[in-house]
Design a protein. Structure first.
Length: 197
């Protein structure tokens, strides 16, 4: 197994080359099929995954019984339900495979072992968690400060594969708009692109 994939995800200057063997050994290759449920609402998460190939989404059921997509995950992302895994509480989200997927799984106890024995990994974990908090706050703010069109364009820029391969209804709920609004926004964006010199 190539170390490049792991070094890209667990990227920290204080992780030594020799440490990557222990990190890689703690992960197991797993494959999921399209529409497989990886974690169900109400279950406690006992692992997380590094995505080598494929797309996933997380979603919640709102008070009206509708599925609302809370996040998308693509190759080189970490597929994780942070609160459930680290606080050991039942998940409020469900995680689903949107395509056939190849991932590398690490169990919670194995993560804890790496975290307590490899200094660079500990520092990586703290940096990653800080980034996650920043991203969550950023998303909450942009939901209120940016137009739906701008949020759509941001998603196109950040995760173009989501736009190409994921059903519109999932993207619409993620953006906080209706399917009809999303169709209109997509037409407007395509029309502007066609009229560019």
């Amino acid at each position: 197994m190539k170390t490049d994939f792991f070094e890209k995800i667990y990227n920290h200057p204080n992780i030594q080359k020799e440490d990557y063997k222990s990190i890689i050994d703690a992960h197991t290759k797993v494959e999921f099929l399209k529409n497989d449920t990886i974690l169900s609402e109400g279950k406690i998460s006992n692992e997380y995954y590094l995505i080598k190939k494929g797309l996933f989404r997380s979603y919640v059921i709102d008070y009206k019984g509708n599925e609302i997509t809370t996040d998308f995950f693509s190759p080189n992302d970490i597929l994780i339900e942070v609160a459930s895994l680290f606080l050991r509480i039942p998940s409020k989200e469900t995680i689903q495979a949107l395509t056939d997927c190849e991932v590398y799984k690490i169990e919670f106890n194995d993560f804890q072992n790496l975290y307590s024995t490899i200094d660079g990994f500990t520092e990586w974990g703290r940096t990653w968690m800080s980034h996650q908090l920043f991203m969550a706050k950023h998303r909450a703010v942009t939901m209120h400060t940016q137009s739906a069109s701008q949020r759509y364009l941001n998603l196109v820029q950040e995760k173009s594969e989501i736009i190409k391969e994921v059903p519109l209804k999932y993207i619409a709920t993620y953006l906080g708009i209706t399917d009809t609004s999303l169709s209109r926004i997509r037409k407007e964006v395509m029309s502007k692109a066609e009229n560019l010199p």
